[in-house]
Design a protein around this ligand. Structure first.
Ligand SMILES: Cc1cc2nc3c(=O)[nH]c(=O)nc-3n(C[C@H](O)[C@H](O)[C@H](O)COP(=O)(O)OP(=O)(O)OC[C@H]3O[C@@H](n4cnc5c(N)ncnc54)[C@H](O)[C@@H]3O)c2cc1C
Length: 817
């Protein structure tokens, strides 16, 4: 077949992800698709995958993506005539200690919240299902009956055939060598067999995706890591429908294969693939290739596995597989439109669950490519969760290896990564350390999570129940409610939008009305065409033609890209990221005004400086942008100063604040304070899956104004009807109950939703959760109020109370930071 000179969409890579994407582009969108594979279909990582297919993840949307894979694999043979090897064997996860058991109880609850039936079973039941297993040290196991296994190569060939049947053209032995670019967009794909002009490119190049991305200036932060498993000879008594097994406390997994076992594991000391090429790039020529067997490294798994399945000691190893796979710094895969190049989409970095994800990832990626919007909340895998930091290959490698090593460790709540830190520090880092700050990290920034009192070790001690920081954070929380606290929020993402058309641009992008006088601050969401919430931020009008935009630390790339991409090309505006130009201190608490007036000559009285306003004031001789807003439900200001002045302003505030008992406060107290006040957090409480009407944020939408805005049409259609789901707060009376998010909400005994976030409110003295309650005929106020509620917490039903108003509201102030 001759290579075409033009295609609407070029997919690079003929692994499971590329083939699935091409299949869905052709089947669902009738797109003109060409797929290019440098070797043969499946010849990268796909052919040597072990083929376990699990479905449950901590995000509901990603779980939905994985469930979709299973549904697709079940039915694909009927369509293409090529089998996928899908077997619904179910999956056992083994627990050998109390922490793991608690983790599974929470996991089983999460599964049910997401509509999957996961049970917890006894060691005896495990033995009955898996007679060859040694169950002596088991506490029990989780059992997910709908998980299974499949043949990676067969699925991929079946998807490739399906793609062709729907009109896609797939070419093997064509290597992409570069791109023709125009105005930052790809206009042509260069290959060793000619150039293809195109509108869009999908980079599904597996572990080569970083290199392929770099050809268009796109950062795809992944690191190939060597991953090994063995396939044994036939084992007497091993049934073909034997469940797959994950034994995380022994870091191993098992799967039946032609009467024998596949056994592999995730070691704490993983080996990155570091090719000895000058660039460190991985070689083009790697078709159906593996590394040499490394029994020395694998021995740690062997020892553990034999204790679990003694029959392994007596059976021969038929084959060992030592292959590379693309892993990422946070263990999640990478999907979506590249921030650096608007028409390159990426689907890569599958962290050894690319077979499980393949079907669903191809489906959502194809939707994304065609509509320009993710079809559901895919934030946890969105390529825009990364930043410039992720261009640093050494940092990415170090963090990725840490994430790989943690693959099977117990996931404690609030756990922080340790590698590659400290990376980005605010000017207050040393000062906060002197105050005994315990730092966490967000997008590379060190941020104080809490402050250890004298006599207490300044570090997190993780556990499944209340952790060591629980009381000190309570003290910080109360301090903000009763006196005044100072938060270092310098890591906030900050942009400036200037130019004659700045307001016009924001009128279209923002759901709330930002066309207010100079000096006003507006809290707003940015919506997609479905009315789903893409961002949640603050816009301060500094001048007629100049706006200052502040959003969360982790959303820097995402929100900047969203704003930039939705400004019409004919508008005269300039969007600049000024994050590093400004330090940010939030001065919050009933004594905040006393402190502020002691350090500035500006009038900060309520009449001169009301809520929701921005003023330029001076502190310690430095110009400070002061925004009167709050995320904690107290009187307060967010102070933005030139980054170099942050230390001086902090010192001045701390000195003047002494008389009012000021102290620095960390992010964990902030979380507790915002939970009480009912402020929504983007990424958990409000996401692209949720509209402001569902989220109870209709008051921040300019539907009454005659201004068109992105998402308006969808909201108008929904307006006036009771939404299908509504955001609500919940409390439980037992202070020992730990809420973390994803607990099931029961209304009159029936599941109606799950918590999107959870924590503890020290002022109200209760655990607090938020989540959406669904109602078949609409979730009206009456419907919400009429029910009796319980939360399922780690499989236990706990009576709960619903709240439709903030739990704590001394100020009644609506706008948040
Ligand atoms: C030992 C091992 C066991 C595993 N077990 C499991 C498992 O049990 N379950 C599971 O879900 N996952 C498992 N995985 C992970 C799974 O194999 C991968 O996640 C999945 O195959 C990734 O698919 P892909 O399409 O992204 O990459 P690949 O299969 O590597 O496909 C990428 C393709 O892009 C092509 N390409 C690259 N550059 C170019 C270029 N310039 N021009 C043209 N083509 C190019 C490559 O040749 C390659 O074929 C395992 C992985 C390993 C290593």
């Amino acid at each position: 077949m001759t290579l075409p000179t033009h295609a609407a969409v070029v997919v690079i890579g003929g692994g499971i992800i590329g083939c699935s994407t091409a299949y869905h582009l052709a089947r669902d969108h009738k797109a003109d698709v060409v797929l290019l594979e440098q070797g043969s279909i499946t010849s990268g990582s796909t052919w040597h995958a072990a083929g376990l297919v699990g479905q449950l993840r901590s995000s509901a949307s990603i779980t939905r993506v994985l469930k979709y894979s299973v549904d697709l694999y079940k039915g694909l043979e009927a369509e293409t005539g090529l089998a996928t090897g899908w077997k619904m064997t179910g999956c056992l996860r083994l627990a050998t200690n109390a922490d793991r058991w608690t983790e599974y109880k929470r996991l089983a609850t999460t599964a049910r919240s997401f509509g999957m039936e996961m049970q917890l079973i006894s060691p005896q039941e495990v033995k009955r299902m898996w007679p060859l297993m040694e169950v002596g040290n088991l506490v029990g196991a989780s059992w997910l009956p709908t998980d299974g296994q499949a043949s990676p190569s067969d699925i991929t060939q079946s998807l490739a055939k399906g793609a062709r049947m729907h009109g896609a053209r797939l070419f093997e032995r064509v290597r992409v060598t570069g791109f023709d670019m125009k105005n930052g967009r790809i206009v042509g794909v260069n290959t060793d067999r000619g150039t293809i002009a195109c509108e869009k490119v999908v980079n599904c190049a597996g572990q080569w995706a970083r290199q392929v991305g770099a050809m268009a200036g796109v950062t795809v932060p992944l690191q190939p890591v060597k991953h090994q498993y063995i396939i044994t000879e036939k084992i007497e008594g091993l049934a073909s429908d034997t469940p797959t097994v994950r034994d995380p406390d022994r870091r191993t997994y098992f799967k039946e294969e032609v009467g024998g076992l596949v056994m592999g594991g995730y070691e704490p000391n993983p080996q990155a693939w570091l090719p000895e090429t000058p660039s460190g790039d991985i070689p083009d020529e790697w078709e159906f290739r593996l590394f040499d067997d490394d029994f020395d490294h694998f021995e740690q798994h062997m020892e553990q596995a034999i204790e679990r399945v003694p029959a392994l000691a007596k059976v021969g190893v038929k084959r060992m597989i030592n292959g590379p796979e693309a892993f990422t710094p946070d263990g999640n895969f990478i999907l979506g439109a590249a921030p650096e190049c608007g028409n390159m989409f990426v689907g890569a970095g599958f962290n050894a669950f690319g077979i499980a994800s393949g079907g669903g990832a191809g489906w959502v990626l194809a939707e994304w490519v065609m509509s320009g919007e993710a079809p559901l909340d895919l934030w946890s895998v969105d390529i825009r969760r990364f930043s410039d930091l992720h261009r640093d290959r050494d940092w990415v490698r170090e963090r990725t290896l840490e994430a790989y090593g943690k693959h099977y460790t117990v996931a404690f709540p609030h756990e922080e990564y340790e590698s590659g830190r400290p990376r980005i520090v605010s000017p207050l880092y040393e000062r906060l350390k002197a105050h005994r700050a315990v730092f966490g990290s967000k997008l590379g920034w060190e941020r104080p999570n809490w402050f250890a009192p004298a006599g207490m070790e300044a570090r997190d001690v993780y556990s499944m129940g209340r952790q060591n920081w629980f009381e000190p954070v309570g003290a910080e929380h109360r301090h903000v409610r009763e006196a005044v606290g100072l938060f270092d929020q310098s890591s906030f993402s900050k942009y400036e939008l200037g130019g004659p058309d700045a307001q016009k641009a924001l009128d279209w992008i923002c759901a709330n009305d930002v066309s207010r006088p100079v000096g006003r601050v507006t809290y707003t969401q940015l919506l997609n065409t479905r009315g789903g919430i893409e961002s949640d931020l603050t816009v301060a009008r500094l001048a007629e033609d100049r706006f200052y935009i502040v959003t969360g630390t982790g959303f820097r790339t995402h929100d900047f890209g969203w704003i930039r991409d939705h400004i019409s090309g004919d508008l005269d505006v300039t969007l600049t990221d000024v994050t590093e130009d400004f330090g940010t201190l939030s001065l919050m608490g009933p004594r905040a005004r006393d402190v502020l007036s002691a350090v500035t000559e500006a009038d900060v009285s309520n009449s001169a400086f009301p809520f929701g306003h921005v003023r330029e004031i001076h502190i310690a001789g430095h110009k400070v942008r002061a925004l009167r807003i709050t995320y904690v439900g107290e009187l307060g200001w967010e102070l933005h100063m030139p980054i170099g002045a942050t230390g001086a302003v902090f010192d001045a505030l701390m000195a003047a604040g002494q008389a009012f008992d000021i102290r620095p406060i960390g992010y964990r107290a902030l979380e507790s304070l915002r939970l009480e006040k009912g402020y929504r957090a983007w990424g958990s409480d409000i996401t692209p899956n949720d509209t402001p009407l569902e989220a109870g944020l209709g008051w921040a939408v300019k539907l009454r104004k005659n201004t068109d805005f992105l998402g308006r049409r969808a909201l108008e259609e929904a307006h006036g009807k009771a939404p299908q789901k509504r955001f609500a707060g919940f409390t439980v009376d037992d202070p020992e109950i730990v809420l973390l998010g994803r607990e099931t909400i029961l209304r009159d005994g029936k599941p109606v939703g799950y918590l999107t976030s959870g924590g503890y409110g020290y002022t109200v003295g209760k655990s607090i959760g938020y989540g959406y309650v669904r109602g078949e005929d609409g979730a009206s106020n009456e419907y919400l109020a009429a029910g009796e509620y319980e939360l399922v917490v780690a499989m236990e039903r706990i009576p709960a109370r619903i709240h439709l108003e903030p739990l704590y509201d001394p100020t009644g102030e609506k706008v948040k930071a």
